[in-house]
Design a protein around this ligand. Sequence first.
Ligand code: FES
Ligand SMILES: [Fe+2]
Length: 444
Amino acid sequence: MLSQQDNEILTRVGPGTPMGALLRRYWTPALLSSELPAPGCDPVRVRLLGENLVAFRDGTGTVGLIQENCPHRGASLYFGRNEDCGLRCAYHGWQFDTAGNCVDMPSEPATSSFKERVKARAYPVHESGGIAWTYMGPADTMTPFRDFGTDSLPQEHHLAAKLQCYCNWVQTMEGNVDTAHISWLHSWNGAADIPDDGSDKPGYPSNRMTWKFWLHDRAPRLEVEDTWYGFRYAGLRTTPNGHTNVRITEYVAPYSTIIAAIPYNTRHLMVVPIDDDNCWRYTFDTTIPANPQGHGGAPLFDYGPFETPFTRRVGGITPRNYLAEADYHIDREVQRTTTFSGVADFVSQDLMVTESMGPIYDRSQEHLGTIDKAIIRMRNQLVRSAKKLAADDTPPPALAGDFRSIRGADKILEDGQDWRVLGTDADPAVQEAEAAIRQPAAGD
Ligand code: FES
Ligand SMILES: [Fe+2]
C-alpha cells in the first residue's frame, strides 16, 4: 500500500505537481505524426499532462505545439486557420508560428510593434518513429531526444499506435509490470488441452505453448533487478515438464515498458498522461523486424482465442469498442465455461480491470502480495525521483544512455543459465537476430 500523500505524488501530473515536474523533464509523445498528415492540414487538439494545447503542421511541414487559448483573448486556436507561416486565430486574425511567435497582428495599426511582445506558450517537437514528441520542462534543463531506436528507422518501418485509457496513467503502467495477471485475467480453459509440440524444453518454446505454462503455474516467482534506466524483472514459472520458463519485462523511467516476448522484444508500450484521470497507451516499433511477421524482431504474440487490435500491424488511433458503459461486453456464460474474464477482446480485459479501479485508486486501501514486487519497485522509483527533484533539483534517472540495448525476453532456461543475460547485447539470440536484420535480403 501507499500512503495517501505518496499516492497523490505518484498520480498527479498537472503543472506545479512533483510528478508533473518529473515527467516534464523527459521527451514525451504528444501525438502521432499521422494525425497531422500533410503541411497545412487541419490542426489537432492535444491534452497532455493536464495542459490544453493545439498541434499543427505548417506550410513547410514543421510541427508546432502551442497553447490552445489564443494569447489575445483566449479563443481556441483549434478553430484557427492553418496558413503557410502558422496558425491564425479565427477571432481577430493574430497568427502564431511553430515557435509560438506572433508573426502577424492585422487587427492593430501597421506601425504597432505590439506583436513582438506577444508570445504563445510553445513546446519543441521532434518527430521520430511515427510520433511527434515534445519536451515540456524548463528550457535550461532540456536534454537531447532519447532515441529508443526510432531515429534511424526508415519511414516505411514506422508503426506507432495509441489507445485511450479512461484512468490514471499509473494504473495502466501497473498492468504492464504485472506478469502474474496473464495466468488469470487473460487465461482460458482450452490452454490446458494445447498438445505438447515438443518445445517444453530448455530453449525457445512456441508462442502457443506459453499459454499452457501460464495456466500450469499461476503463482510466478518474481526477481527484480535495478538498472540505469529503471529495472528489469523476471517472472519465473515451472513448466508442465518441470523446466523454468522466464518472462523478462523492462521498465524504462518514467513511462515505458517492454513486455516479454520470444525470443526478445524491443517494442515499447508507453503510457502518457492526458491528465490525472486519462492516459494514452502508445506502442511503437524501434527496429526493422528480423521476422517480417513480427514486431521489433520478435514474433507476434499469440492471442489465443481472443480478439485484439494488435494482431494486425495497424498504426493510428486504435478504436475503443469495449467501454465501461457496456460492462466491456462481458459474457457471463463464457466466463463460467470458457475464459476467465468473459471479455472477448484481449486488451479490453486489461482495460476492464484497470478502469474499474476508478480514475485514481486510493492505494492506501490495497493489500500487496509477493506477485506485486515489480509494481512496488516502479512506484518507489517514481515517487523517490519526484521527491528528490522537488527537494534539491536532483536530475531524474534515464535522461541519457543507449536505450536501443533494452529488450524484453522470454525463454525456458538451460541448466544453470542466469536469466539476467537474456535480451542483453550478450544474448546469442539477440546477436543472431540483429545480424539477420543487417544482412541484405536476397536479390538486393
Ligand atoms: S482571441 Fe485570438 S486574435 Fe483575438
Ligand atoms: Fe494484460
